[in-house]
Write a protein that binds this ligand. Structure first.
Ligand SMILES: [Zn+2]
Length: 495
């Protein structure tokens, strides 16, 4: 076991904290996990556990059942080896070089000037501590340690699912204490490409820029039902409303920085006849007022502004301008269906994340999500219809399917039973409208996987403020120990 510094003295469970501290001294940025893979490999060798690695560099460590639990179903415990290595520029510490300086702050454990790597070091440390302790009963276990989770679930996407025989998967990468997560959204990217010919500008035309800013944005999945403005949609709306009274020609329309975020900024370059400039400014200003009123309660900072512009290309004709703005109006964005299982949870949504002008072409990039795979074709059909009506084409990229909540799941039943027994109250059972590695993993194995996810309270992950609540780590540990025991008991009886 690793030696403990004074910071961790007295914390329970000791073996967990020993492994956790050892991980803080090992470099493990995404895609550069070799040092931590070697660390785990040496540990598995030392304990005589069989270790397998796939071409994607993910690890599976096979741990035999405790005596008497051999007939239990095989359970996969899963977490990721990599971490986001962020640091304050002035900090002498650097996780990418294995220098994380632990700091206790009351009930919290954090790192001095860097990310802590509790996301997902707690999972790796918990797996190691659990299987080392011969007093803790469990059935056959497969410890799945993925790589490159933090860069688009790359490791899970490259997983060789034939390495896994387990029928139950417990993901240890949740960040909210007191919750059992039993579902997440799958996702598909689409791009509507519309080619529109340009024509020379009329002499003396005035070039202006119309920009949208000030919205709060947020995660395009978990934040999709908050009523936040989408800067590309707001821009399209302001321009369309202006076009009903003032002719103008669009030169470009761009917005959004990431498919994963609700766009906060968007801008268009337009060309207006000089005698219509004032009318155009008035029309955009009028649109701005109604748009601001529409978002008065949910995103009051959003605003549409006009400034001088520079034409970098010939404008689209008025007819093409109308066609492109119609397409922006038609692209749906927002929640489309609510979860039948959980209050206030979105089941299906789509978010227009990026608008890109390139040459004569406008591209509208959306990310659509659902935990219900069978709901997705209708969303994609809608986007395809928009593309066709606008005379464009749809490019589509399926990322991974959803994890649809199963409230009759044996894993969930075990989680609830143990939670209530240990903590004397029921857990919150929930799902998330975002992607989790579990959904990708279940798509890689040929058999059905009954899945459950939980973890301790981790706040501000991926930032130098990352911290984990120490008492909730102990709760997480007790839940994990109880769940592997419970799952091997029921299976043992059946066997
Ligand atoms: Zn994570």
């Amino acid at each position: 076991m690793a030696t403990e510094t004074s910071i961790l003295t007295g914390l329970e469970p000791r073996s967990f904290w020993g492994h956790f501290e050892a991980l803080t001294r090992i470099s493990r940025p995404s895609r550069q996990e070799e040092p931590v893979i070697e660390h785990v490999r040496a540990w598995a060798d030392q304990h005589g556990f069989e270790l397998q690695q796939d071409a994607g560099r993910n690890l599976v460590i096979r741990v035999p059942a405790s005596p008497g639990r051999e007939g239990a179903p095989t359970v996969v415990l899963q977490g990721h080896l990599d971490m986001v290595c962020e640091r304050d520029p002035s900090s002498p510490n650097d996780p990418a070089e294995g220098r994380i300086e632990l700091v206790r702050d009351g009930e919290w454990l954090t790192a001095d000037g860097t990310t802590l790597g509790a996301d997902d070091g707690v999972a790796i440390a918990a797996m190691m501590a659990l299987v080392e302790d011969e007093s803790l009963p469990h059935g056959p276990l497969e410890l799945l340690m993925t790589v490159a989770e933090e860069v688009g679930l790359e490791g899970a996407n490259a997983l060789d699912g034939t390495m896994l025989s387990g029928t139950i998967l417990v993901n240890l990468d949740s960040e909210e204490d007191g919750r059992l997560t039993v579902g997440c959204a799958g996702s598909t990217d689409t791009w509507i490409h519309i080619e529109a010919p340009r024509e020379p500008d009329t002499a003396g035309a005035v070039t202006l820029t119309v920009t949208v800013s000030g919205g709060q944005g947020g995660h395009s999945g978990s934040g999709i039902a908050l009523g936040r403005s989408n800067a590309i949609k707001v821009l399209g709306r302001a321009l369309r409303e202006a076009l009903t009274s003032v002719p103008f020609r669009l030169v470009s329309l761009d917005g959004g920085k990431s498919r994963n975020a609700i766009p906060r900024d968007a801008g268009a370059v337009v060309s207006v006849a000089p005698d219509r400039e004032d009318a155009f400014r008035d029309a955009v200003q009028k649109a701005n007022e109604t748009i601001r009123d529409a978002f008065a309660k949910t995103d009051s900072g959003v605003s549409v502004d006009i400034g001088p512009g520079e034409a970098t290309a010939e404008p689209w004709t008025e007819a093409q301008t109308q066609r492109l703005l119609d397409a922006v109006a038609l692209v749906p964005t927002g929640p489309l269906a609510l979860s039948p299982d959980f209050d206030d949870l979105v089941e299906t949504s789509t978010s227009l994340g990026e608008a890109i002008t390139e040459g004569d072409r406008l591209t509208l990039h959306s990310l659509s999500r659902s935990s219900n795979d069978s709901a997705m074709p209708e969303v994609i059909a809608t986007l395809d219809a928009v593309a066709r009506l606008a005379g464009g084409t749809l490019e589509e990229k399926f990322n991974y399917g959803g994890w649809r909540p199963n409230l009759d799941s044996a894993a969930l039943a075990a989680g609830k039973t143990v939670y209530e027994r240990v903590f004397g109250e029921p857990p919150i059972v929930t799902a998330v409208h975002a992607g989790l590695e579990s959904a990708v993993i279940s798509g890689k194995v040929d058999h059905e996987l009954d899945m459950l996810s939980f973890g301790p309270q981790i706040e501000f992950p991926h930032s130098p403020d990352e911290r984990v609540s120490v008492p909730t780590v102990e709760r997480f540990w007790k839940l994990l120990v109880g769940v592997v025991d419970e799952l091997s008991r029921s299976g043992g009886r059946r066997a």
